[in-house]
Design a protein around this ligand. Structure first.
Ligand code: LFR
Length: 500
């Protein structure tokens, strides 16, 4: 086929959407056909995802995508392919009949507090890093599974499916685990590329609970009669494995040329790093908190999770909840006029991870470290964005040192590419040009991998990126020449205990 008409379902921590993409050798266009909220639900002590609402949203989006594609003269069966990506690490459990056991728990739930320490005491943190190569974040699947061990739900579980795989199962009836997302769990052996039976058993998973692996580009299956009826699509429409970890798809969607680039996939999280051919699993890399996640085409996503725009999103959500909403555009414009380097926080401080009173927690950090508490909303936003820019620069610098590769440019993709102040501050802090965009890198990466699997596109990631460059118009932010403010901020923060 010369044009592939595909749907990319992209589920984020705050919203999900379905995009309709038309991809050809000289064509790449993307339209959002459906967007729906994704709000975790606190019930008793546990924070859950409403995964059935997500499934409903995906069905509605696919219906809309098929309708729009047909109206535009697309394929008679509705779509040529469907790909699903979402945030990582979270999962649903299936019982022996294949039914979902309860709602998946959100990775920001507090059930894993203290669990990594327990797991490390038994298995050894260094050894775990050598085996999995994964940054030891408290919410990694391995710690969530360990936290739930001994509960009735865990005892009944026969299968563990990551979120995109769970939705693919409901659409096709096929069970599997897509590799890029599987690599975030802390249960995959990075050396062999297979699940580690030893680690799975050690945290109490039933034998066979981890399903066979799919690689991006594999056919997962075609729609079940039920899914076909609910979406108005033909039952022959294939669901294809893509980089089902949203960050893996976002990295495909980085319009870079050559290999001397760093990327920041910037949304709720900032995923900051490099694309490598081989993992870096040194002790120094472990100490610096870098991960080696699997990328598309056997690449390694060597990156660090920086807490990202979550800090700002949580402030906005809190103000909204109190009935005093802020208008983001105005707030950012006001923040740009604020004086710089007044107060800085470490965005990665564990105190910022759960939902809740973010301005209060930032104020507490400032008090604890002897800095002025931001006196207004614009001052608070300035503090957040400067702190993020500094954390971005630190991660870009460390990634280069640890991997032994220097970069010439930093690509910012995802929603954060829209935030000009953040991009400018990041360029200044890194001392490198920032190329901002596309905002829709994840959906584009998802669609490009599908189009290649369908035979419409050919070639490597470099070839896919050439198509991206021809059809997107990223914005370049050059760094300022005066580095003194940033260097002084770095020195000042080196005295803060939680910062390196
Ligand atoms: C970004 C992301 C990150 C992952 C975090 C939690 O959306 O997928 O890569 O560390 O969410 O799953």
């Amino acid at each position: 086929m010369t044009v592939a008409t595909v749907a990319a379902a992209d589920l984020g921590a705050a919203s999900g959407r379905v995009m309709l993409a038309r991809v050809g050798r000289d064509l790449l266009d993307l339209t959002e056909v459906h967007r729906f909220a994704n709000e975790p639900v606190q019930l008793g002590l546990t924070l859950y995802w409403d995964v059935l609402a997500l499934y409903r949203g995906v069905l509605a989006g696919l219906r809309e995508a098929g309708r729009a594609a047909r109206a535009a003269g697309g394929p008679e069966r509705g779509l040529d392919g469907i790909g699903i990506d979402s945030w990582a690490v979270d999962y649903g459990l299936l019982d022996a009949s294949g039914a979902l056991i309860g709602n998946p728990v959100c990775y920001r739930d507090r059930r894993t507090e203290g669990v990594p320490e327990r797991v490390h005491a038994r298995l050894g943190a260094e050894r775990l890093y050598e085996v999995t190569g994964v940054q030891q974040l408290p919410f990694n699947t391995i710690y969530q599974v360990a936290a739930a061990h001994g509960t009735p739900a865990a005892a009944a579980a026969r299968r563990l499916l990551l979120i995109p795989d769970l939705l693919a199962y409901w659409l096709t009836g096929q069970q599997g685990a897509e590799l890029t997302n599987a690599s975030t769990t802390g249960l995959l052996d990075a050396g062999t590329g297979a699940w580690s039976a030893e680690l799975a058993t050690a945290v109490g998973l039933a034998p066979g609970a981890l399903p066979p692996l799919w690689r991006p580009g594999d056919l997962i299956g075609t729609l079940t009669p039920d899914a076909a009826a609910r979406t108005g699509l033909d039952a022959t429409v294939p669901v294809l494995a893509v980089g089902s970890h949203d960050t893996a798809s976002a990295v495909v969607g980085v319009p870079a040329e050559g290999e001397r680039f760093a990327y920041i996939s910037c949304g709720t999280w900032s995923l900051v790093g490099l694309e490598l051919d081989a993992p870096v699993r040194t002790a120094a890399s472990h100490r610096a908190g870098f991960t080696n996640e699997a990328g598309v085409d056997g690449t390694v996503r060597y990156l660090r999770n920086v807490m990202g725009l979550w800090l700002l999103q949580e402030c906005l959500r809190g103000w909204q909840e109190q009935g005093e909403p802020a208008e983001l555009g105005e707030l950012l414009a006001a923040a740009a006029r604020e004086p710089g380097f007044v107060s800085l926080v470490d965005p990665d401080d564990a105190a910022f991870l759960p939902p809740g009173d973010m301005p209060g927690r930032i104020a507490a950090f400032c008090r604890r470290t002897g800095q002025p508490v931001p006196a207004s909303r614009p001052a608070l936003v300035r503090c957040i964005l400067e702190s993020l820019a500094l954390a971005h620069a630190r991660a870009v610098e460390q990634a280069q040192e640890l991997a032994g590769r220097s970069v010439e440019v930093v690509h910012v993709v995802g929603g954060g590419a829209r935030n000009e102040l953040l991009c400018r501050l990041t360029a200044d802090a890194c001392g490198l040009p920032v190329v901002a965009g596309p905002v829709e890198a994840t959906a584009l990466g998802n669609a490009l991998v599908q189009a290649r699997a369908l035979g419409t596109l050919h070639g490597t990631l470099t070839d896919l990126r050439a198509l991206l460059r021809a059809h997107t118009a990223p914005r370049v932010h050059l760094p300022g020449t005066d580095r003194s403010g940033w260097d002084a901020a770095r020195r000042r923060l080196s005295g803060v205990p939680s910062l390196p």
